[in-house]
Design a protein around this ligand. Structure first.
Ligand code: 5GP
Ligand code: MG
Length: 178
């Protein structure tokens, strides 16, 4: 648990409700398209809690893989330089792919991932992000499915970390170093 009292931005109950709605929205979208199985790619590590709740809210079958991108290091400011630390293991050619990310900030990470994954010729490629900080965007990236839009705060919890800590915090809270 937390050693300090951080300010709650999005309460766990609100998160649960929204993730359930997102699962329904995504399922309906892909059913309408005639997709029979969704290929979900989680961006480690921040998306792991969101992803595990989201896939259990889907009413369409899915396969799950992960990749890991890193851009931050031990800082709350993005370096803009994206590295692929771990790649997916199986082919996504002709698959309906949904990238599941924790947060869109500058958009550099997602821009890099879109380029990397679209080169493998999936049938479709969409983005589902738990959070969005549009005021910080430096690229044209947009989420197709989105949990919450937030103001420019550095947040932790529900999978999001500071220095690899606080991922287990149930609500999304504002991190204020002191
Ligand atoms: P971008 O490349 O869009 O600037 O940054 C994306 C990545 O930066 C996210 O996947 C996430 O790992 C990290 N990030 C951006 N904003 C925040 C934040 O407010 N809190 C945390 N914990 N990570 C963030
Ligand atoms: Mg991330």
């Amino acid at each position: 648990m937390m050693s300090k009292d951080f300010k709650v931005l999005i309460h766990e109950k609100e998160i649960g409700k929204r993730v359930h709605e997102l699962g329904a929205q995504i399922s309906e979208h892909y059913k309408k398209k005639g997709a029979e199985c969704l290929y979900i790619i989680g961006v480690l590590k921040g998306s792991f809690i969101f992803l595990s709740d989201l896939v259990r809210s889907l009413s369409i079958p899915c396969e799950i893989d992960f990749l890991e991108a890193s851009s931050y290091g031990a800082s709350t400011v993005s370096s803009g330089e994206v590295k692929l630390v771990r790649d997916i293991r199986f082919s996504i050619k002709d698959r309906d792919v949904l990238i599941v990310e924790d947060i869109l900030d500058t958009g550099h990470t997602m821009e890099y991932l879109l380029k990397h994954l679209s080169a493998q010729k999936p049938k479709s490629l969409s983005i589902c992000s738990f959070l969005d900080k549009p005021s910080r965007r430096k690229t044209a990236v947009k989420a197709d499915f989105l949990g919450f839009t937030i103001d420019d705060h550095f947040v932790i919890g529900y999978g999001l970390d500071f220095n690899n800590r606080y991922r287990e915090v149930r609500s999304v809270v504002i991190y204020e170093p002191n």
